[in-house]
Design a protein around this ligand. Sequence first.
Ligand code: ADP
Ligand code: MG
Length: 422
Amino acid sequence: MIVLGYVIQNLSSPTEKIHSAYALDAGQYVVSHGPASSAGTTRPTPMNTMEAARKVASIMATKQSEGYDRIVVPLVMAELPDGTTHRNLRQAVTDAHASGLTTEFTFPESAVEQFLAAVSNQSPAQPDPVTIGTAARVEDRDNALTLPDGEALVRPNGETYLPRDLGGHTDVAALRALRPADLYPLLAGEPGTGKTALADASFPDLIMMQCHGDMTVSSLVGTHLPTPDGGWVWHDGPLTRSMREGRPLCLDEVDKMPDEVSSVLHAAMDGRKTLQIDDRPDTEPVTAAEGFFVIAAYNPDSLGGKGLTEAMLSRFTVQIEVTTDYAAARSLGVPGDFVTIAENLTTKATEARAAGGRGVWAPQMRELLAAKRLIDAGLGATFAAGSMVAQCPWPEDLDEVLTVARQVTGTEVQPLRLGAQV
Ligand SMILES: Nc1ncnc2c1ncn2[C@@H]1O[C@H](COP(=O)(O)OP(=O)(O)O)[C@@H](O)[C@H]1O
Ligand SMILES: [Mg+2]
């Protein structure tokens, strides 16, 4: 029996809901889908192959937009032993996928065509690489680094962090595994994509350091401060503290750090992990306690940034590109139109960059969440859309942004602007 199906999870749901859908070949295709391991809530309707494939793909797309964005089994086709009953089909698909008996489809663009081609051969090919939009996807959970069961990721500001896929692992688990190995990660991405969120969700004991062009070695290492009785007392800076206390240090906007300051980090991040404080020539060098770690973030396209020196780049062994997870934005309750505007602009930007251009600005997670908060605060969708497009940092991109916003919403969107007396 040939089956097309998937299994997805909604991790932001308190009960970690699972949804699955199948089309099974019983001479004719019938589609069934539902929330649990049972047969599903819809009565199977007989249909032809094309209808079945399209229907399963479209149910998956709908569910993903509702927040089911963790792929347990991607859209696959499996040849299952005849006699597999309808009731345990989800388990059968899961097992077939775990044992490599499935063919995966690129979702959603060409799934239907691929499915039809595969079905007409009647023999599932070997699994192909798969692209599933921006949804989190972990290929082989058996070998993946994951979070301890039931660990909820609450950031220091109280927000819940939705973990994402990072090279086949759960992002937070992967970053934590780098720490004892002294493999320092560098997060590269536009503002508002989730770099800081990932860093502080991963390490509750993180020390945050905002870098800027005027910072000095003292900003990192520490300084003598005057006391009321006319003396001086030494205060450790963030680097010194993180080394003494064995805590991770996050250098945000690390590319803004002047080169003469960043050179202080070199010895701290090398094998010996020591720091000689020039302002305290009388003291021993500080040696990093166990647990010391450095993680850095920057926006490679920022105007004020000057890039990283080769010496710095070479110390960050693991370089990670961070882009907004638009499926997560939907799970976090951002209205669909707003996410679609951002996705369409991102597609345009990708195309423009492929053609050698800079690429138009697109709203990232931060702007999308701000729009949602405006709506929640009672200001309405028009106001929220106006506020979102007003975040566009490049005046020359505004026309294109407004055009896409108009196409998606069907209404005129204008950047917020204070008007006449009311
Ligand atoms: N995986 C995620 N789960 C939940 N919220 C997220 C996630 N990624 C980003 N966010 C939210 O998006 C916004 C921007 O993220 P932030 O980490 O501040 O971006 P960056 O540091 O890249 O500028 C924050 O409000 C953050 O809470
Ligand atoms: Mg940040």
